[in-house]
Design a protein around this ligand. Structure first.
Ligand SMILES: Nc1ncnc2c1ncn2[C@@H]1O[C@H](COP(=O)(O)OP(=O)(O)OP(=O)(O)O)[C@@H](O)[C@H]1O
Ligand SMILES: [Mg+2]
Length: 287
């Protein structure tokens, strides 16, 4: 019995000792963590800030993309308006001014005059009228080449090159794939791009030779041009904003969903490459 009492006391001591131990363990685990708690709001604040920052960056990117798209749509609309205006002026010149001039020539031809000096004058006036009709046709054709719509880009380009070689004395080496076929809107963009390259070659490069290649594989059409003229410094800021030609070149390349590369340096000539898909892509079908 004495032994049993001793046992009970010793186990009670043991347990009471453990209570202290438990209390100390509990305090060291729970209370200190309650002291660390200011970190939690900091973490939450940092996460919220991170989310706000991400949201801000995402909306900035979205805003920029929307701006680029709006700008592109504005340029597309400008180009379409420009082409419509050109078409209207070309049609007015061809259908109204042309017949008017021919009528005047006919009336003058029917005049009967007695003396030689008047006859010479009439001949001179008829020559002026012929020159005016010819010039008017050139302007009208430049505005919208009839051959482009009737016979397609290859014949239109050949005609353009023959004319430029004759007038400006430049040699144009043109190689192409016979079976290139494009929608009328897309061939007009391509024609305008080549026309602008040609204008710049005459106006700025003063080149003797211009090489033009128009090739097609089943997926892509590639245009490559190279002149042996003066070239220019692409980084020279004084060239920027001088004219509309280069800007329109890029815009039309985009309308064709294509990539345009311009390579040039002073006295090294200019090389221009344009690659675009053979078929219209969804984003530009309206062009
Ligand atoms: N083939 C080229 N050779 C040399 N310089 C060129 C050539 N193409 C363009 N440039 C330079 O780039 C500049 C910008 O050309 P861009 O076609 O945009 O304007 P522009 O021809 O002066 O005017 P616009 O095309 O509106 O009539 C030109 O002023 C010229 O200095
Ligand atoms: Mg130009």
């Amino acid at each position: 019995m004495l032994l049993y009492d001793k046992y009970l006391r010793s186990t009670k001591n043991l347990y009471s000792g453990n209570d202290d131990l438990f209390a100390s363990v509990y305090c060291s685990n729970v209370l200190p963590s309650a002291e660390k708690s200011p970190i939690e709001p900091l973490l939450i604040a940092a996460s919220v800030l991170g989310i706000i920052l991400l949201y801000f960056i995402a909306s900035l990117i979205r805003h920029q993309r929307r701006n680029v798209k709006l700008n592109q749509e504005k340029i597309e609309a400008e180009i379409i308006t420009l082409e419509n205006e050109r078409r209207r002026i070309a049609a007015d010149l061809h259908d109204e001014v042309g017949p008017m001039l021919s009528g005047i020539k006919l009336m003058i031809s029917s005049l009967e005059v007695e003396n030689d000096s008047d006859r010479d004058r009439i001949i001179k006036v008829k020559e002026y009228i012929d020159d005016s009709i010819k010039r008017m046709r050139e302007i009208s054709n430049n505005l919208l080449p009839a051959v482009l719509e009737k016979r397609g880009i290859l014949e239109a380009l050949q005609q353009l090159f023959v004319e430029y070689q004759k007038i400006h004395g430049i040699m144009i080496q043109f190689s192409y794939d016979e079976n290139i076929s494009l929608s009328s809107q897309r061939q007009l963009h391509l024609y305008r791009i080549i026309q602008e390259i040609l204008h710049n070659t005459i106006k700025h490069a003063h080149a003797k030779i211009l090489r033009v290649e128009l090739l097609m594989n089943n997926k892509n059409i590639s245009l490559y041009t190279e002149d042996n003229g003066g070239g220019f410094d692409k980084l020279d800021r004084s060239n920027k904003g001088k004219g509309l030609g280069m800007r329109n070149l890029h815009s039309r390349a985009e309308l064709l969903s294509g990539n345009l590369y311009i390579e040039s340096a002073p006295s090294k000539g200019t090389r221009i490459t344009l690659n675009f898909p053979n078929h219209e892509q969804d984003s530009h079908t309206k062009s």
